[in-house]
Design a protein around this ligand. Structure first.
Ligand SMILES: [Zn+2]
Length: 422
């Protein structure tokens, strides 16, 4: 007797199978015939995937669009300035309420694990306290990892170093940084060294905003790779954005990419955000500002798409849908081969789970019983349709349902509804 059976769904690898769940664990992935269950979900013809995972988000800023004003220039730098204004007026309760609202959106989209940065450049650390509370509140259904993020610069802000250490002592999981926002290249390199040493000492992973600029001479990823190797942090470090690589000299990149691979650093491009933030100082041609995704994948580097922002000082749209992220990434990186489109789905599910080090992730016996049933037949169709999440199961429990997105037609001699599946 199972608690739940998901019947006849198609897995991302193409297998058609039943999934049997007991408690919060998947205990069978096979044809279960007439086996009994307390609850059965018929997924015949539908895609059944492990949950979506977002490796890069800012939950202390989300859903704040327009407070106290909007970003008029659309640049990263005005966004950082605006965030400074918002920090003055945001209360701990308001940050917490907005973050919990966002987590509801995420669950409804089958997004069940998020790595969020939290600003540590604030002597009250109200954002850190708010998100630690949220982490605890959502733990039964959503895995929230927090990154201590000195938004105004570890060395540029006078108390950032102390406050970042405090945040990590309070239980924040990951060490963050922003070397390209320090005053000088040298300070950027020093900030990376200090933060990586802190991570080595505390046994924590590292995830830095790194080279989020169109300046081809912003080469902090090189220092991050060096410090990762020096301190033995291989496999525990991620570089987020890496947009300067878009503009770098090709010869230099031919040396850099093998160094990133050797250091086992994961890359987290954020295509929704960077396609609107980058290239703002260009006339024409206007650079896209996305890092070199296909080239890094070809070198064996783990690359995962991140959402980064939803309705905040940097980005005025967003719905917590990782398929929006994959859709934009696929276009901007021109990943149109069938294998590349399928890879884009992996880059919002399995690859991101590996970057976060999520235990028990996947659809095999023994894995945590978290999954999403989509109104699509394949991963590529899911990216094309960004369809309804028919059922979302988290840790064995049904946490969200949604009706199919069929359109009704009233045309002569044509069907009465359309699914847009193909
Ligand atoms: Zn970010």
């Amino acid at each position: 007797m199972f608690d739940l059976i998901v019947k006849g769904g198609t897995l991302p690898d193409g297998r058609v199978t039943d999934i049997g769940i007991q408690g919060n664990t998947i205990t069978a992935v096979e044809d279960l015939g007439t086996a009994q269950a307390r609850h059965v979900i018929d997924a015949t013809g539908d895609l059944v995937s492990p949950p979506f995972v977002d490796p890069h988000f800012h939950m202390d800023a989300t859903l704040s669009y327009g407070i106290p004003r909007v970003n008029a220039s659309g640049t990263l730098l005005e966004g950082i300035g605006l965030w400074g204004e918002l920090k003055q007026v945001a209360t701990q309760d308001a940050i917490k309420a907005r973050a919990l609202d966002y987590c509801d959106w995420a669950v409804s989209m089958g997004l069940l694990a998020i790595r969020s940065h939290v600003d540590t450049c604030d002597d009250t650390l109200k954002g850190v306290e708010a998100l630690l509370d949220v982490q605890e509140a959502v733990r039964p259904y959503l895995d929230l990892q927090l990154v201590a993020f000195p938004q105004d610069g570890l060395l540029r802000d006078p108390t950032a170093l102390e406050n970042t250490k405090r945040a990590l002592e309070m239980g924040v999981d990951v060490v963050g940084g922003i070397p390209h926002f320090e005053r000088t290249m040298a300070d950027g390199a020093t900030s990376i060294r200090l933060l990586c040493e802190m991570a080595a000492e505390l046994g924590k992973p590292v995830d830095m905003h790194c080279d989020e600029t169109d300046d081809p001479l912003s080469r902090h990823i090189e220092t991050l790779a060096y410090e990762t190797q020096r301190l033995g942090l291989q496999g525990r470090v991620a570089g987020s954005h890496l947009t300067s690589m878009h503009s770098m000299d090709n010869y230099y990149v031919s040396k850099l990419i093998p160094l990133i691979a050797e250091a086992e650093i994961a890359a987290i491009p954020n295509p929704l955000i960077n396609i609107v933030l980058q290239g703002r100082h260009d006339t024409y041609p206007k650079r896209r500002g996305l890092t070199r995704v296909r080239e890094m994948l070809a070198a064996g580097i783990e690359v995962g798409w991140g959402q980064d922002c939803v309705l905040d000082p940097w980005y005025s749209l967003g719905t917590a849908d990782m398929l929006d992220v994959a859709f934009m990434g696929l276009h901007v990186a021109q990943m149109t081969h069938p294998d590349e489109m399928a890879k884009c789905f992996d880059m919002v599910t399995g690859a991101n789970a590996r970057i976060l080090g999520l235990p028990g992730y996947g659809l095999e016996p023994g894995c945590t019983a978290s999954l999403v049933v989509l109104d699509a037949g394949t991963p590529t169709e899911a990216i094309r349709l960004r369809p309804a999440r028919l059922s979302v199961i988290s840790k064995g429990k049904l946490v969200s349902t949604q009706p199919r997105g069929n359109g009704a037609l009233t045309l002569p001699n044509r069907p009465d509804h359309v699914t847009r599946r193909h």
